[in-house]
Design a binder for this molecule. Structure first.
Ligand SMILES: [Zn+2]
Length: 153
């Protein structure tokens, strides 16, 4: 199967190696609805089998923005493009604590009945391709795979 070619961008950001099917969540989290996006879905990848890719025109991702997508795409590779060249590469790091972004799946958790921000501590990605991050709620101390929690977008 041939890899789909996505047009080159002059200035902006390329987010590669997003797990297949997760690109919409990444764009939701980044909230960059104003910038033109090129999204490649379900592309073939030697490393992961299938992947998504996002190109954002005229927007350079900040380190904080890059880290905010770590939950969804911990192995994403992010390149800042200037004048069609890769000017910078950003390595995604998973923050040790995630505030507000995750909804606790435990119906008895205080965060679902009281107006408190959720806080989750993260565990590292599990080994292997597409390995996911585990998160544990600071309030009810339950641990979840990141696929099993709802991300507030
Ligand atoms: Zn909880």
């Amino acid at each position: 199967m041939k890899e789909m070619k996505v047009d080159a961008i002059r200035n902006g950001t390329v987010i590669d190696h997003i797990p297949a099917g997760k690109s919409w969540q990444v764009t939701e989290i980044l909230k960059i609805h104003g910038a033109p996006l090129l999204v490649g879905v379900n592309l073939s990848s030697r490393k992961f089998g299938r992947k998504d890719l996002i190109k954002i025109e005229d927007h350079e991702l900040s380190l904080a923005e890059a880290n905010s997508i770590a939950l969804i795409a911990p192995q994403a590779s992010i390149s800042i493009i200037r004048e069609f060249e890769i000017a910078e590469k950003i390595t995604v790091t998973i923050p040790s604590e995630i505030v507000e972004l995750i909804v606790c799946p435990n119906p008895n958790c205080v965060t679902n009945s009281e107006p408190v921000l959720t806080r989750f501590a993260t565990g590292g990605p599990s080994p292997g391709p597409g390995g996911s991050v585990s998160v544990s709620c600071t309030y009810c101390e339950k641990r979840y795979r990141v696929e099993d929690v709802r991300i507030r977008v």
